[in-house]
Ligand binder design. Structure first.
Ligand code: SIN
Length: 489
């Protein structure tokens, strides 16, 4: 796919530090998740590379933060336009390294671009307060100021959208950035950063270094220890999020952590069942089930359980599994062998403990590789199964049967995670009761597709803190300064 790019310049295989595209002393391979074939080699950066990126970002900060918000917004808008005009090439890069079907990759480009446009617009609306003075002869003002250098550490499941929704608000607020994309999917992030450079972003404002799994701790530790890095924004696993929280305490950095989830999806007996099946298909099988917000536990009330499971299984069995190069593909390969092994372990564990497979339930070996898993529906799921507690991150819908509202709310909340929850009901009183009782940062009510640049995305409990998107997403990159001027009377 990378050989068919209309603009081959988008294929970057070096770090950007200050204004220079540069190598590290060692490189590591990027592979096609379907075949395992090496598609590129990128720098395996170390602590010294990370520090040079911070030097550049720290040097660029004073001038960038002093530019007017409108000026920054115009540059970010130019970047937005370039992202959209390169949609197909960016989609090819996403599909090549992440494996999702091309139509999903193109959707991700538009989704990521929507955050860039949103924060370009929000930049011009940053404002503080003039407070009614508490003492005569004083003026009291509140300013919003950029926090400084931001380190963005991003995941492989949405290689464009996740980095876009961190970099765009940081730049809009007046921060400068050092970024490290996931080792599985660095090429999309490098292409995006190259487009920002083409849009006219000044040297040092946005820097990116790539690193293998083995070298990632060296890069991240360099940023954790550096007092010039004032904020870390991270999307990924809860254990890594906790490590970042602990290790950044030494310099008390601001943190945004978008961590693991274990979303419940509840279907009450008063729900529109077809709408609920549609909602589950959209939320569960997007990106092959590799999203933090996708339902991991499907709870269906007794009276509608069998009808729902039957309709769901029919839809899931019809999903087409295949490589991104196939136009009909709906479920691509999983990101790597570890991912497939985890999914298979969850399914085997569930079956051993009494779950019944309605469809799927096994690995799929296509002609182009071993990393596929059949879209799966299980019934008779119970709380003692691993998939009730751990994020499966694959195309497996496990259906639990329930009887009472109180009981299902208890089970839905019985997890350390609190990112997203979904429920379907047509009872307006129940809707308010359940929406308030669910302990998550995001609740879908009769809706499976929740993501939007205008909405605050983020979790509670061990799913993290901080919000991405919406005006709250910009606030996370600024601090509040109080000015008090006296002697005025
Ligand atoms: C995620 O999986 O972390 C993000 C999903 C989204 O933006 O909808």
């Amino acid at each position: 796919m990378l050989t068919t790019l209309s603009n081959p310049d988008l294929l970057r295989t070096q770090n950007l530090i200050d204004e220079h595209w540069c190598d590290a002393s060692v490189r590591f391979p990027v592979t096609d998740p379907a075949t395992g074939n090496v598609i590129a080699q990128v720098p395996d950066s170390n602590a010294a590379d990370a520090q040079r990126a911070t030097d550049a970002a720290a040097a660029a900060f004073p001038a960038w933060s002093r530019r007017t918000a409108r000026d920054r917004a115009q540059l970010i808008k130019r970047w937005h336009a370039l992202i959209l005009s390169n949609e197909q090439d960016l989609a090819r890069i996403i599909s090549a390294e992440q494996g999702k079907p091309m139509h999903e990759s193109a959707g991700e480009v538009r989704y990521g671009a929507s955050y860039v446009e949103w924060f370009a617009e929000e930049a011009t609306r940053i404002c503080g307060d003039v407070v009614a003075e508490a003492v005569p002869g004083r003026k009291m003002l509140v300013l919003k100021e950029p926090v400084g250098v931001v380190a963005a550490i991003t995941p492989w499941n949405f290689p464009l959208a996740m980095i876009a929704r961190k970099i765009a608000p940081a730049l809009a607020a007046g921060c400068t950035v050092v970024a490290k994309p996931a080792e599985d999917t660095p090429l999309t992030a490098l292409a995006l950063v190259w487009l920002a450079q083409q849009a006219g972003l000044p040297p040092g404002v946005l820097n990116i270094v790539t690193a293998s799994r083995a070298n990632t701790p060296a890069v991240v530790d360099a940023w954790l220890a550096d007092p010039r890095v004032r904020k870390i924004t991270f999307t990924g696993s809860t254990p890594v999020g906790k490590h970042l929280a602990r290790e950044s305490a030494g310099t008390l950095k601001k943190l945004s952590l978008e961590l693991g989830g274990n979303a419940p999806f509840i279907v009450f007996d008063d729900a529109d069942l077809d709408a609920a099946v549609d909602g589950l298909m959209a939320s569960k099988f997007r990106n092959g089930g590799q999203t933090c917000v996708c339902p991991n536990r499907v709870y269906v009330q007794d009276a509608v359980h069998d009808a729902f499971a039957e309709r769901l299984a029919a839809r899931v069995a019809a999903l087409h599994v295949g490589p991104a190069t196939e136009a009909a593909a709906q479920i691509g390969p999983m990101i790597n062998a570890r991912a497939v092994e985890k999914i298979d372990r969850h399914v085997q564990d569930a079956v051993d403990k009494g779950a019944r497979v309605l469809t799927g339930g096994e690995r799929v070996r296509t002609a182009d590789g071993p990393h596929y898993y059949a879209p799966t529906v299980l019934v008779n799921a119970t709380p003692d199964m691993a998939l009730a507690h751990e994020e499966t991150f694959g195309p497996v819908a496990a259906v639990f049967r329930f009887t009472h509202e109180d009981e299902v709310v208890h089970h839905a909340n019985d997890t350390p995670f609190g990112l997203a929850a979904y429920f379907y009901s047509n009872d307006v009183r129940r809707i308010w009761r359940v929406a308030q009782a669910l302990e998550t940062g995001i609740v879908g009510i009769n809706e499976g597709a929740l993501a939007s640049e205008a909405a605050p995305f983020g979790g509670v409990k061990e799913s993290g803190y901080g919000r991405e998107g919406s005006r709250h997403g910009l606030d996370d990159y600024m601090h509040t300064k109080y000015l008090c001027q006296g002697q005025l009377s």
